[in-house]
Design a protein around this ligand. Structure first.
Ligand SMILES: [Zn+2]
Length: 630
């Protein structure tokens, strides 16, 4: 579903979500002074400009050109031509997109290392403008450069797949550009159905495309590489005593693991990231060899690092000999058994620091190779509190200490509760995202990854607001969560915004109050109860939804399209209170009322791809059970 709407500027200053604000603490941010837009671009239905792409443009370069053409036409009514370079005319004016010959001949610097996977430049030269990211075959940066250009010219902001903002304009001017914009986090992911598989959504949200990630080896993959069915009988010592994990100190297994991994790497020749991580349980291995290895390397995380180094080294040797142009990275988790970093501690269990205040690896073998990605996945942390909160202090220490043994860290965190009914309320982790991302940035974390319900389901429960704020902050960790959230609500709900703001505030206030007074962690375990969500609270949430519907009645006659668009978005947020009513307070309603609520909930869940109410818990089974009880 894609709904576009030109909405009236509400007279509020636009959040500078695209601005590459400079600040001394953000080590990567770099920008130039803003200047007045004076060069005529589109006026009275005419432009001297065309969009220029290389004859052999990559898929994302073509996509960037089409996005620019599409949104510019929506805003101005003028369709810019897209011209292949061999058809270019001598005296025409161009917006050169991506890696054209014209860019190569311009003398403009393209620093691939600086731009990374996502950074971009926009540079004016004469009347022509060059928009490009790194020349790395992926061209995501080029797509983001186009969104920045659209933001500058017609106010374009992509809030969600239901709200795209831009201004109607008959005259568009462009400024003299010399802009370099590098995001705070080089790779940025949100894991949901649309965040994991909808390329248009990912690019417009400025998430990193996932096409470099192995489709096969992603997640908990050890048993895919060494399947117990195939190996256990002949090699029981390659597994732990429970046969639910590999024995990571076993050298013979390690060699076989690398040999098998090479087959996965061969089978997916375009992929550059393969994940090698423990099975999804608490266990490690406690055989004599592993006990000795833990003694030597400090923690089981250290044993995993040594394993990762050996496996990646063998695979890299194979790549160097057989596919010398190919670069592969190997991701693993700091998770459960491998959560603790292999860093020196004193006799009281406190980390030791050197004279410069740095943490000290237990030995040099535990320092991971450059292409080993360490996904810091503290799933047991209270994710409703920032990582440096007193309740999470050990986790923050661990995060910082991991930096002593890895220079390729990803903050891999969870914005859902994976217990029963856990997907049907919002984790109270809203503005915590802002603090966590800044702490991560300041501790050399280069990638950020938020997990919701994985690729099998989209989420309701304020997900679209969260996703907007998360993606904006992953791009620029200096933005303010509350400003982003308020802007999101104003642009998404127009006349209903005051009620949706209250919905957001009431929800957050209650969750914080309850969690703090009861000293509970509502981010994990089975929390879905009438104590946590009392009926008066659900009544309040639902009444705000009803007031939001009433507020948009003003659009019904004059602007029925806008009315339907906003109603649709309110429908999505009604999922949470409706589910709470049906699951916790069914007895308070007549069967006719319940039947209506079930029918509404079912239609909303189908419309918004909300297929699960908890991890592995299918919504259709819940709906069937409710229907059977009518
Ligand atoms: Zn072992």
């Amino acid at each position: 579903m894609k709904i576009l709407k030109r909405m009236i500027v509400l007279g509020l200053s636009l959040i500078t979500c695209f601005s590459a604000a400079s600040c001394s603490s953000c080590k990567k941010k770099k920008t130039t002074e803003e200047n007045e837009a004076t060069t005529e671009f589109i006026r009275n239905g005419y432009s001297r400009y065309s969009i220029l792409i290389a004859d052999e443009a990559g898929a994302n370069e073509e996509y960037a050109a089409k996005e620019l053409q599409y949104f510019m036409e929506l805003a101005t009514g003028y369709e810019l031509n897209i011209v292949k370079e061999s058809q270019a005319e001598e005296n025409a004016k161009y917006l050169s997109i991506g890696h054209t010959d014209m860019l190569a001949e311009s003398g403009i610097e393209v620093n691939n290392d600086q731009l990374g996977r996502s950074g971009y430049r926009i540079v004016s030269q004469g009347d022509d403008v060059y928009l490009f990211g790194a020349d790395n075959g992926e061209d995501a940066g080029t797509v983001y450069s186009v969104y920045k250009f659209l933001n500058d010219t017609v106010g374009y902001v992509y809030y969600s797949d239901y709200t795209i903002y831009y201004e109607d304009k008959t005259e568009v001017y462009i400024k003299d550009y010399d802009l370099t914009d590098i995001p705070t986090f080089d790779t940025r992911f949100i894991n949901t159905m649309k965040g994991g598989s909808n390329n248009e959504y990912m690019l417009r949200m400025r998430m990193t495309p996932r096409n470099n990630i192995s489709a096969t080896l992603n997640g908990h993959t050890h048993f895919q590489v060494i399947p117990p069915d195939e190996y256990y009988t002949d090699h029981p010592d390659w597994f732990n005593g429970k046969k639910n994990q590999l024995c990571l100190s076993n050298e013979e297994m390690t060699e076989e693991f690398a040999k098998n991994l090479i087959e996965f790497i061969k089978a997916e020749p375009t992929r550059s990231l393969f994940q090698l991580a423990l099975q999804d349980n608490f266990d490690g291995c406690d055989c004599a060899s592993c006990v000795a290895a833990i003694e030597k390397y400090g923690t089981y995380g250290g044993v995993n690092n040594v394993f990762m180094n050996r496996v990646s080294e063998i695979c890299d040797e194979w790549l160097a000999a057989n596919q010398p142009d190919r670069k592969v990275s190997y991701a693993t988790y700091a998770y459960y058994a491998t959560e603790e970093p292999p860093v020196q501690k004193d006799e009281n269990g406190n980390y030791i620091k050197d004279e410069n205040g740095n943490y000290i690896p237990t030995c040099k073998e535990v320092v991971t190779r450059d292409n080993v990605v360490m996904r810091i996945a503290f799933i047991q942390m209270n994710r409703n509190k920032p990582i440096d909160h007193v309740l999470s202090a050990n986790y923050y220490e661990n995060l910082k200490a991991w930096g002593a043994v890895s220079n390729n860290m990803q903050f891999y965190t969870y914005s859902a509760n994976y217990a029963e009914n856990g997907y049907m309320y919002a984790l109270n982790d809203f503005d915590i995202t802002e603090r966590n991302l800044r702490l991560c940035r300041d501790n050399n974390v280069t990638d950020a990854y938020f997990v919701f319900g994985y690729k099998v389901t989209d989420m309701a429960c304020l997900y679209d607001l969260k996703a907007y704020c998360m993606t904006q902050l992953m791009w620029n960790a200096d933005l303010k969560y509350e400003e982003l959230a308020m802007d999101f609500i104003e642009k998404s709900y127009a006349a209903a915004a005051p009620y949706m703001k209250e919905f957001y505030n009431v929800y957050r206030s209650w969750m914080s109050y309850y969690e703090d007074t009861e000293q509970l962690n509502l981010s994990t375990g089975d929390c879905f109860s009438s104590k946590v969500f009392p009926k008066t609270f659900v009544d309040k949430l639902h009444s705000l939804i009803e007031q939001a519907y009433a507020a948009i009645e003003v659009y019904k006659d004059g602007d029925p399209e806008l009315y339907e668009e906003i109603k649709n978005k309110i429908n999505k947020e009604e999922i949470m209170p409706l589910y709470m009513y049906l699951q916790l307070y069914g007895d308070s309603f007549t069967s006719v009322e319940r039947s209506e609520m079930i029918s509404d909930l079912e239609s909303y869940c189908n419309r918004f791809n909300v297929y699960y109410y908890g991890e592995t818990k299918k919504m259709e089974s819940r709906l069937s059970a409710w229907k059977a009880s009518l």
